[in-house]
Design a binder for this molecule. Structure first.
Ligand SMILES: [Zn+2]
Length: 68
């Protein structure tokens, strides 16, 4: 099992969000994480992890964690 994720600001347990548009969010995250074009060219589609958003119920801060 994954260790419990907590908010870095208020240390509240984060709530896992269900993605509605996994492809759109994944593409957005990958583009923002890869500054140079050479990074994506070496990755196969099945090796890309799916970013899963976790939101803090207290301050609404949202963090993305890569899961597969
Ligand atoms: Zn918080």
């Amino acid at each position: 099992m994954f260790p419990e994720k907590v908010c870095p600001d208020c240390e509240e347990p984060l709530e896992r969000m269900e993605l509605q548009g996994t492809d759109a969010v994944g593409t957005l995250s990958i583009v923002s994480a890869a500054a140079d074009d050479g990074f994506l060219s070496g990755i196969r589609a099945d090796e890309i992890l799916t970013p899963v958003p976790y939101v803090c119920p207290d301050c609404r801060r949202t963090l993305l964690y890569a899961e597969n």
